[in-house]
Design a protein around this ligand. Structure first.
Ligand SMILES: NC(=O)c1ccc[n+]([C@@H]2O[C@H](COP(=O)([O-])OP(=O)(O)OC[C@H]3O[C@@H](n4cnc5c(N)ncnc54)[C@H](OP(=O)(O)O)[C@@H]3O)[C@@H](O)[C@H]2O)c1
Length: 295
């Protein structure tokens, strides 16, 4: 297939480009502020530019992973969050519809309120935050724009990443530096290995699947336990990881607490494995260790 990955400079988009290329597909990726090798610039807030790029490339599939992902920033900047997280994907989905391309939109566990997780695809969204609301509104908008549409909800994505900013890299840096790290012990979720998310997304597209899929790791655990597991797998001293309540962190945006994504639909549909947290962390370690030796 010819694929366009919007947000290729980010964690998920980067993993997607790698997976698509490995499978022999042709891929064009975009960045906003941080260029990655071979990416072209695109601002999702510029609907005309989005249309021009999609018309010009005529991709078979558009993977829309570009977003304003800073949850607390979104809470203070709702209009910007709406422009990027809802209106941008809607413009991209409409442009994809006009050329007959398929469209994959990346959404989040944060569409749920975290009172009764793990959640299945058909459970009722009730977002607590601006970020969660804009992702839910985007889901509705892209589904309305075209029928060749896949909504992939995911959560707590980790794995090898160019910008090294995901939660596991933060744990590794703190543990290596012997610094204290406060980690919420009351946020339950399903940490997701980025390689599995990318492979599952491509498999869904190749199958021609449509509708909503939860693509996440198969372990449901709280953030503190996940951090401890990361320290263990990376052979680091995790004694300065400190369990705290989410409330004590005073974050601007409310977080869903009892979350997690039920992945039964994905496991019934796909051959791509959805790794447990331990397996994902071990794979991440095996992947980045040789790079660290080189660096
Ligand atoms: N990571 C997670 O745990 C997680 C969980 C649930 C859902 N998701 C969803 O998965 C998708 C990808 O997340 P991620 O982890 O890869 O996020 P990320 O690492 O923060 O990457 C975000 C991407 O969006 C791009 N972007 C930012 N502003 C843009 C704009 N104005 N126009 C076009 N692109 C823009 C960024 O470009 P630059 O870096 O070049 O500025 C980057 O490529 C998002 O839709 C997110 O909501 C992620």
């Amino acid at each position: 297939m010819r694929a366009l990955v919007i947000g290729a400079s980010g964690q998920v988009g980067g993993a997607l480009c790698g997976e698509l290329a490995r499978r022999g597909h042709s891929v064009t990726g975009t960045h906003a502020r941080v260029a990655a090798p071979g990416t072209v610039p695109l601002d999702l807030a510029d609907a005309a530019a989005v249309e021009r790029l999609i018309d010009g490339l005529a991709p078979d599939w558009v993977f829309c992973a570009g977003a304003l992902t800073h949850v607390d920033y979104c809470e203070g900047h709702p209009e910007e969050a709406e422009r990027l997280n809802r209106d941008g994907p809607r413009a991209a989905a409409r442009a994809a519809a006009r050329i007959g391309a398929g469209f994959v939109f990346y959404s989040s566990e944060y569409v749920f309120d975290g009172t009764a997780g793990p959640y299945a695809e058909d459970d009722r969204p009730n977002p607590l935050s601006v970020y969660g609301r804009t992702k839910w509104e985007a889901e509705l908008a892209v589904r309305d724009a075209l029928t060749r549409c896949l909504v992939v909800r995911t959560t707590v994505v980790y794995g090898p990443e160019r910008q090294e900013k995901n939660f596991v890299y933060q744990v590794i840096r703190c543990c290596r530096a012997g610094e204290r790290m406060l980690v919420p012990a009351d946020q339950v979720s399903s940490p997701t290995y980025s390689g599995d998310l990318a492979a599952a997304s491509v498999e869904l597209a190749v199958l021609g699947a449509t509708g909503t899929f939860h693509i996440a790791g198969r372990s449901v655990l709280d953030r503190y336990r996940f951090a401890g597991l990361a320290a263990q797998v990376f052979d680091l001293d995790g004694t300065r990881l400190e369990p705290v309540s989410t409330a004590s962190l005073g974050q601007r945006a409310p977080r869903p607490l009892r979350g997690g994504l039920n992945v039964d639909r994905a496991r019934r549909t796909l051959t791509t494995p959805l790794r447990s947290a331990r397996e994902g962390l071990e794979t991440m370690r095996a992947t980045i260790a040789p790079q660290e030796k080189l660096g």
